[in-house]
Design a protein around this ligand. Structure first.
Ligand SMILES: Nc1ncnc2c1ncn2[C@@H]1O[C@H](COP(=O)(O)OP(=O)(O)OP(=O)(O)O)[C@@H](O)[C@H]1O
Ligand SMILES: [Mg+2]
Length: 239
């Protein structure tokens, strides 16, 4: 087992009494207030709640983009606050895929090159990276758009490329902060359905945030945040 393998027995994510403060001069904003959360391998979870409730803060902590102020975060059984910055980046690159609200594709690269990039950063040879990236472009329904630059694609297509890029390294976990906020409702639904299909097919755990309650019918578990606290955690058997 190498240092980035996830333990099979542990929940994929466990937060214990997690607080996140932002200190602004004299004022301290508590964006998360003692959050406890456990997410098992293969779950498909929406984090929802009003603006300012702490959704992005929570996604950033789980995605190892930011540090907790207090409390413990375990990913795959590993206490991640103990990791050095380098080990944390390595751990993130190998185990977590991230999808952003604004897609964050590199404009001068083709769609395919964007999807290849995480593999190339890991040192995968270009030919192998192109093969895997092409397979994911097909998987997300964009087999014909591989050579296009992002500005030639619609918002929904760009987010599909971003999902392919998140999946190409075969992560255990995908975190998406408001992945549909820049899409119309039809495309928003399609993006969530695509993530759910990948979740079913590959067993990848997905966590996404949204303020759009219409999307909640498509998920398996709904975690509602308000003022930095989890006020509801609901599982839907039907989904
Ligand atoms: N970098 C920061 N510096 C200071 N305060 C911050 C920072 N990031 C977030 N906050 C504050 O923390 C609280 C939670 O913010 P967060 O962005 O996590 O909420 P959100 O649920 O994602 O909101 P939205 O739906 O608008 O994206 C808010 O009060 C916000 O103003
Ligand atoms: Mg947010």
């Amino acid at each position: 087992m190498n240092g980035t393998d996830f333990s099979e027995q542990s929940p994929i994510i466990a937060l214990h009494r997690v607080w996140k403060y932002y200190d602004l001069g004299e004022n301290r904003i508590s964006a998360l207030r003692g959050v406890d959360l456990r997410i098992e391998r293969g779950e498909f979870v929406a984090i929802w709640g009003p603006s300012g409730s702490g959704k992005s803060t929570l996604c950033n902590l789980i995605g190892l983009i930011d540090d907790a102020s207090e409390g413990e975060i375990h990913l795959g059984g590993r206490e991640i606050t103990e990791l050095s910055d380098d080990r944390r980046s390595e751990f993130r690159n190998k185990t977590i895929g991230i999808v952003f609200q604004h897609f964050n594709l590199i404009p001068v690269l083709s769609a395919l090159e964007n999807v290849m990039l995480p593999l190339q950063i890991q040192g995968v040879p270009a030919g192998d990276a192109a093969g895997k990236a092409t397979a994911w472009m097909v998987e997300v329904g964009l087999g014909d758009c591989a050579g296009q630059r992002p500005d030639k694609l619609s918002g929904g297509q760009r987010q599909r490329v971003a999902i392919a890029r998140a999946m190409v390294t075969d992560p255990f976990l995908v975190i998406a902060d408001e992945p549909t906020a820049n899409l119309d409702s039809e495309n928003a639904g399609k993006i969530i359905d695509l993530m759910r299909e990948i979740n079913r097919m590959k067993g990848t755990t997905f966590i996404f945030s949204t303020h759009d309650q219409r999307l909640l019918a498509r998920v398996q578990r709904q975690v509602r945040l308000q003022d930095g606290t989890i006020v509801e955690d609901k599982r839907l058997q039907s989904n």
